[in-house]
Design a protein around this ligand. Structure first.
Ligand SMILES: *Cc1c(COP(=O)(O)O)cnc(C)c1O
Length: 228
């Protein structure tokens, strides 16, 4: 199966779920590019991926400068000492998981006289091992975001728990959607304008879409199993 065929298959599966549920909104497809070659990244974009997402800075530095016209998202855990690379590499940082990181990004943006779009990553699974801000404290980080000068909050990112339990996945995805609706209500006409709910990976994207995700991040189902 080619990357193109795989993208078509994922899109068709998404459309089937949307039709079943009466969902009309567009669902954006982010190709998750970790461990993939520049050629694979380019092929995914040619075949119609809406954006690319990388979760390792080093890998992004090897690939993303060569696809400058694509929407390039960061989807991994960002260390503060790597912030300096993000402005040239990415058009959006999906994985802002602390107030400290949010403020450091804003400071860096101000210093560079640049804007940066970002999503708040929420730890919806509630797992210790996962990154993300606790859902119960979402108000706090949105309050801090409202006070920022050059960063714009345009989405919420969530990772569903690693489980085969579909009913648990549905519950968690629905919880993320409710939080997304609250995020939307915090629109301040300035720098908070939440449009995206980034949720769903190869294992769980159909459940995520069914519960309201409008941005799925897909690696394995596009490129095949990862070697490393
Ligand atoms: C790797 C990765 C994905 C894609 O995972 P697959 O299971 O390969 O589809 C999505 N989101 C994040 C944050 C990732 O690191």
């Amino acid at each position: 199966m080619s990357i193109r065929d795989n993208i078509l298959r994922v899109r068709e599966a998404v459309e089937t779920v949307k039709a079943k549920k009466g969902i009309v909104r567009k669902v954006a497809l982010c190709a998750a590019t970790k461990t993939r070659s520049l050629e694979e990244v380019k092929e995914a974009l040619r075949a119609g991926a809406d954006m690319v997402g990388e979760n390792r800075i080093q890998e992004a530095r090897e690939k993303f400068p060569f696809v400058p016209d694509a929407q390039r998202h960061f989807i991994g855990h960002l260390q503060k000492n790597k912030i300096k690379y993000t402005f040239d590499l990415f058009s959006c940082i999906q994985s802002v998981d602390s107030i400290e990181l949010l403020r450091a990004l804003d400071l860096a943006a101000v210093k560079r006289d640049r804007d940066m779009d970002l999503f708040i990553e929420i730890n919806i699974a509630g797992e210790e091992s996962k990154y993300g801000f606790p859902p119960g404290r979402a108000e706090e980080i949105m309050g801090a975001a409202a006070e920022c000068e050059r960063v714009r909050v345009t989405g919420l990112m969530a990772m569903l728990p690693l489980t085969d339990d579909d009913s648990l996945l549905h519950r968690k995805a629905a919880e993320a959607y409710r939080l997304y609706e609250r995020f939307r209500s915090w629109d301040n006409g300035k720098n908070i304008a939440v449009e995206w709910l980034s949720m769903g990976m190869s294992q769980d994207y159909l459940i995520a879409v069914e519960e309201g995700s409008n941005l799925i991040r897909i690696g394995t189902a596009l490129f095949g199993e990862r070697g490393v």
